[in-house]
Design a protein around this ligand. Structure first.
Ligand code: AMP
Ligand code: MG
Length: 371
C-alpha cells in the first residue's frame, strides 16, 4: 500500500488524534470554534466541507464529502444537535436533564432506575469490559472522579487552588465504587428493551471513558441515514470516526499524536472506509501541583491517576463504544494485558511507552506508517 506523508503540525490543542483525512487540513487552516469553512472556493463539487465547533467538552472537527454545501451544512447542524442532545439527555452526570444524572440520584433506592434501551446496552458492554479488564475499567468511579474534579481539567491548564484529595477521602469515595456492586435486572424503561439499574447508596456513574465512543456510534447512524454524504471524518477530541470514502478515492489518513510533543505526531494510520480510532493518554487531561502531574485515568484500586509505563494507547476497530472503552482500559493494563484484551474484542492496539518505544498489534502495523 502506498503511504502519503504530510506534516502534522498541531491542528487542535489537547486532542489525542489529528485527522488529516482531508488533503488541506493542516496547521492554521482549522476554523475557529463555531466557524464553518467551505471547500476552498471550488464551488459546489462534492466537498470536502468542514466544520469546527465544540461539544461534550472537546473540539469537534467534521469533514464531509457531499455534492452540495447546503447538504453539508444540514449534516453539521444535525451532528451538533446530536452531540449536544447526547450530553444533555443521556450521559452528563452534571446536568439534571440527563438519564445518567437521574440514575445516579436513584442510587440506594429499592425500586432501582428504569434505564433506556440505549443506556442498558451501554452499561452491559461496560460491565463486560470491567470483567474482562479485571476491574481496571470501571464506570462506577463517579464518587472518585468528582473528588478530583476531572471534568474541570484541560490539558496542562493551571487550576487555581488545586490540591489532590487526601488518601482518606479517596478511600471513603472508593467504598461507593465498584461495578461488581451494581445490578442490572430485566424490566427497565417500558417497551425498548431497557433494564433496571440498582446501585448502592453513594454510587455514581461516570461515563467519561465511553461518551465519545457512543457519540461516534450515533454519528455513524446519522451518516447511514444520509446517503447524500458519501464520506466523512469526525474528530471528537481523542476519538475519530472515518466513514465512506473521499470523492477522489484516496484513503483516510489519521495521525496519532506524539505524547512527548503533542504538536507533532508519531505516525499515520492509512484506512479505507468505516473505522473508529480512540486514544487515551496521560497528556490529554491533567493538572499539575507542586511539580506533580495528575492525569485523568484513574486506577480503581487506589482512586489515584493510574501509574503506568504507557503514555498513550490507540485502539482501532469498527465499534465506537468499545473502541473508546478499550483505549481507557488498555492504558491502565499496559501492553501485555492490554494487547490480550484488545485481541478478545478483535481490536488493533498501539501503545506509546514512557521510554518512547511503540508496541503494536499485527493488524495495526499493516496500516501504520511511522513519521
Ligand atoms: P478516556 O479519555 O476515554 O480514556 O476516558 C477518561 C475518562 O474516563 C476520565 O476523564 C474519567 O471520567 C473516566 N475514567 C477515569 N478512570 C477510569 C477507569 N479506570 N475506568 C473507567 N472510566 C474512567
Ligand atoms: Mg475512552
Amino acid at each position: 500500500m502506498k503511504h502519503f506523508f504530510r506534516t502534522l503540525a498541531s491542528v487542535l490543542t489537547a486532542t489525542a488524534l489529528l485527522c488529516c483525512g482531508c488533503a488541506d487540513m493542516g496547521a492554521g487552516k482549522a476554523a475557529q470554534p463555531g466557524a464553518q469553512e467551505g471547500n476552498g472556493g471550488h464551488g459546489d463539487s462534492a466537498g470536502p466541507w468542514r466544520h469546527t465547533d465544540t461539544a461534550m467538552g472537546t473540539v469537534v472537527q467534521m469533514t464531509v464529502y457531499t455534492e452540495r454545501q447546503e447538504e453539508a451544512e444540514t449534516f453539521f447542524g444535525q451532528a451538533m444537535e446530536l452531540l449536544a442532545g447526547l450530553e444533555r439527555e443521556e450521559i452528563s452526570w452534571r446536568l439534571d436533564t440527563s438519564e445518567v444524572c437521574r440514575a445516579n440520584e436513584s442510587a440506594g433506592s429499592a425500586q432501582g432506575f428504569p434505564l433506556s434501551g440505549e443506556l442498558s446496552a451501554l452499561l452491559s458492554d461496560c460491565l463486560e469490559l470491567w470483567e474482562r479488564s479485571e476491574g481496571a475499567f470501571d464506570v462506577t468511579l463517579g464518587a472518585v472522579t468528582r473528588l478530583w474534579n476531572i471534568d474541570q481539567w484541560a490539558a496542562g491548564e493551571a487550576l487555581e487552588d488545586f490540591s489532590p484529595p487526601s488518601e482518606e477521602l479517596l478511600a471513603q469515595a472508593l467504598e461507593h465504587c465498584g461495578s461488581g456492586r451494581l445490578r442490572l435486572a430485566e424490566e427497565g424503561a417500558a417497551g425498548d428493551g431497557g433494564l433496571r439499574l440498582y446501585m448502592p447508596e453513594g454510587m455514581g456513574l461516570d461515563l467519561g471513558a465511553v461518551g465519545k465512543g457512543l457519540a461516534m456510534e450515533k454519528a455513524l447512524a446519522l451518516l447511514a441515514d444520509r446517503p447524500d454524504v458519501t464520506g466523512a471524518v469526525i474528530s471528537l477530541g481523542g476519538s475519530i470516526l472515518t466513514y465512506g470514502s473521499k470523492t477522489e478515492g484516496a484513503p483516510w489518513r489519521v495521525g496519532i499524536v506524539d505524547p512527548f510533543d503533542t504538536s507533532d505526531s508519531i505516525g499515520i494510520l492509512t484506512l479505507e472506509g468505516q473505522w473508529c480510532i480512540s486514544t487515551s493518554g496521560d497528556y490529554e487531561r491533567y493538572v499539575e501541583a507542586d511539580g506533580v502531574r495528575y492525569h485523568h485515568i484513574l486506577d480503581p484500586e487506589t482512586g489515584a491517576p493510574a501509574a503506568s509505563d504507557v503514555r498513550g494507547v490507540t485502539i482501532l476497530m469498527k465499534d465506537g463504544l468499545l473502541c473508546d472503552g478499550l483505549s481507557t482500559a488498555c492504558y491502565i493494563l499496559g501492553p501485555e494485558k492490554g494487547m490480550d484484551l484488545a485481541r478478545q474484542y478483535g481490536a488493533e492496539a498501539l501503545f506509546v511507552m514512557a521510554d518512547g518505544d511503540i508496541v503494536m498489534s499485527e493488524g495495526m502495523k499493516q496500516c501504520f506508517t511511522e513519521q
